[in-house]
Write a protein that binds this ligand. Structure first.
Ligand SMILES: Nc1ncnc2c1ncn2[C@@H]1O[C@H](COP(=O)(O)OP(=O)(O)OP(=O)(O)O)[C@@H](O)[C@H]1O
Ligand SMILES: [Mg+2]
Length: 240
């Protein structure tokens, strides 16, 4: 679902990603970790086609990013959904309207939209907020709306940037559980997080680790967290 080989990225003279290689299988679930500024968001933006590839290869949901022309980006976006760090939900619309959006734009039949939206809202404990305007919601509630919208259309791959950043521990664990259930149903998920405890809560999930190989204070053991068939490979020079 993701196959990255020798990926590097610079902003001006600053190298953010250096010779990164990893892969993620169909329906797989992996964490993306590393300190602030190590390039997690940059990597997710590259994989979503919102930053152009500078060096290396990346095949994402069957799309070769090096060969993908801007006019064909919509094909990638149909298969790959993303939850941004700042959510990007529509504040003046209701929860239901936001979550239904990916299905509405595809012309999905109304009854199917209602069914899908209802089941996703239930899974994310958002049912009671269904008809509230998103601007009125708490940060963690908005974050869950963004996640609901990202999975509602059953994408092949979901890229999630700190999806638990505004959630308390119990909700974070619940969200992790839900995302892993989605991945078991066939949506591959790459989830960026700072939260070591969350990574430790899913010890079988592979970890793609950015940021120079120095363990964070209180960090986790990548080899243990990654398990025997981890498709990850850190970027030793990233951030320098
Ligand atoms: N558009 C840009 N122009 C120049 N530099 C950028 C740009 N976007 C990101 N950077 C720099 O690239 C580095 C990596 O940023 P990025 O947002 O990918 O880090 P991150 O790992 O997601 O951090 P955080 O955990 O704080 O979200 C940072 O030093 C950042 O300042
Ligand atoms: Mg980031």
């Amino acid at each position: 679902m993701i196959d990255v080989r020798g990926l590097s990225h610079r902003f001006g003279h600053r190298t953010v990603l250096s010779d990164l290689s990893f892969s993620l299988e169909k329906g797989g679930f992996a964490f993306l970790t590393g300190p602030s500024g190590s390039g997690k968001t940059t990597l997710l933006r590259l994989l979503h086609g919102s930053l152009p590839l500078q060096a290396g290869q990346a095949v994402v949901a069957g799309h070769d990013l090096a060969a993908l022309r801007p006019a064909k980006l919509y094909q990638l976006r149909r298969d790959v959904s993303v939850v941004f760090q700042d959510f990007k939900i529509l504040p003046e619309r209701t929860v239901v309207e936001n979550v239904a959006l990916p299905l509405t734009v595809r012309g999905t039949p109304k009854a199917r939209i209602e069914h899908r939206v209802r089941s996703i809202l239930t899974a994310l404990r958002l049912s009671e907020l269904a008809n509230r305007r998103c601007a009125e919601l708490a940060g963690g509630e908005q974050q869950r709306v963004a996640i609901a919208r990202a999975v509602v259309a059953g994408p092949r791959l979901m890229l999630a940037d700190e999806p638990t950043g505004n959630l308390d521990w119990e909700l974070s664990l619940r969200l992790l559980d839900i995302l892993r259930q989605f991945s078991a149903h066939g949506t591959a998920i790459l989830m960026a997080t700072h939260n070591h405890a969350l990574v430790a809560a899913a010890p079988d999930a592979p970890v793609v680790r950015l940021g120079g190989g120095e363990p964070d204070p209180g960090g986790f053991d990548v080899a243990d967290a990654a398990g025997p068939d981890a498709g990850s490979d850190a970027a030793p020079e990233a951030g320098r």
